[in-house]
Ligand binder design. Structure first.
Ligand code: FE
Length: 338
């Protein structure tokens, strides 16, 4: 009896104290990469703070946070494109974070008042080496050239990756010139847009089309594929162009996030954001998921990214691109690029 009683007391004591002291961050994430698991585990090991992750589509997570209102358990919102971050901003979902670590490590053009980018990905041009040469497609603008008629494969015009690229074209070249360009690209398509970036790279590799635009990490993933045929096909057939190197540089998108305004675990959440900007986490993004670190000083070892070479990235502020999204969507509709 005595033994049993002490056992019950001991259990009561420890469960209660664990609950009172357990540090947790509720992470609403639209990142769906298995490789992120290691990041969260490392953070927990180093800090004792548990990451409770709720995964979903970016827009659904944002709506969920909005609907949950002041009671939302969300501490951090993390996503994979600048457009969704801009929506989070405009809905007032996020709160500014005062952090010397984040402000010194994340370059100014890769953050807004309320969010920080942790990785970048570039939209690069991939072409079939038997059909074209790099000099044929040096810029995004060159994709409207009539000599490419019937030779371009593309994701849907309104896909967020394409939409952001077009919005950046509006920011650089103006709405009218961008619409003319979009009409030109639409007229050059081999077939109606379909699939994702990986599908486009494969279509270029097999010769179904001559050229496409893709996010850099999809190409790196195929270059390092476990399937030897896939690896060889890409190696033998795909040439890459970093676009607009004589001008503003290649368009980049980001994965990033911020502190939810109603966060209950504020201090732990900020610690997690700072961890994502650490050398260790930044290196992990590059080495495990082929993304570029947002922190420019971070060194990493990734054979595929090294093979793809260095490039000049567009340094336009991402919020300035996001501002042009509505214009981009409308001009793509008018151009019949859907
Ligand atoms: Fe993606």
């Amino acid at each position: 009896m005595f033994k049993l009683l002490t056992g019950a007391l001991a259990a009561a004591c420890c469960v209660a104290s664990a609950t009172a002291q357990e540090a947790v961050v509720n992470l609403y994430s639209a990142r769906h990469y298995q490789t992120d698991e290691a990041l969260y585990a490392n953070f927990t090991r180093q800090t004792g703070i548990r990451i409770n992750r709720i995964e979903g589509k970016a827009n659904e997570l944002l709506e969920r946070i909005r609907n949950e209102g002041a009671n939302s358990p969300a501490d951090i919102f993390l996503t994979v494109d600048a457009a969704t971050l801009a929506v989070a901003d405009s809905w007032g979902i996020l709160a500014p974070v005062q952090s010397t670590v984040l402000e010194t490590r994340i370059p100014a053009h890769l953050r807004s008042a309320n969010w920080f980018a942790f990785t970048t990905r570039a939209r690069m041009i991939v072409y079939n080496k038997r059909k074209l040469q790099a000099g044929d497609v040096p810029t995004y603008e060159s994709l409207a050239d009539a000599k490419l008629k019937g030779r371009i494969c593309s994701i849907p015009g309104g896909h967020i990756y394409n939409l952001l690229l077009v919005a950046s074209q509006v920011a650089h070249n103006g709405e009218a010139a961008t619409e003319t360009w979009a009409r030109g690209v639409a007229a050059n398509l081999a077939h109606p847009p379909r699939g994702g970036d990986t599908d486009q790279i494969k279509s270029v590799a097999t010769g179904e089309c001559a050229v496409a635009v893709s996010n850099s990490y999809y190409l790196a993933r195929l270059m390092g594929s476990e399937k030897v045929e896939e690896r060889n096909l890409v190696k033998q057939r795909i040439g890459i162009v970093w676009p607009n190197q004589d001008g503003h540089g290649a368009h980049i998108n980001v994965s990033g996030g911020g502190l939810v305004k109603t966060a209950k675990n504020r201090a732990a959440a900020i610690r997690f954001l700072e961890y994502l900007a650490s050398d260790e986490a930044q290196r992990h993004f590059a080495e495990a998921n082929n993304e570029y670190p947002a922190v420019p000083t971070v060194k990493f070892a990734n054979e595929e990214l090294t093979a793809m070479g260095a490039f000049k990235a567009d340094r336009i502020a991402l919020p300035a691109i996001a501002q042009e999204l509505a214009k981009a969507q409308k001009l793509l509709d008018r151009a019949g690029y859907r």
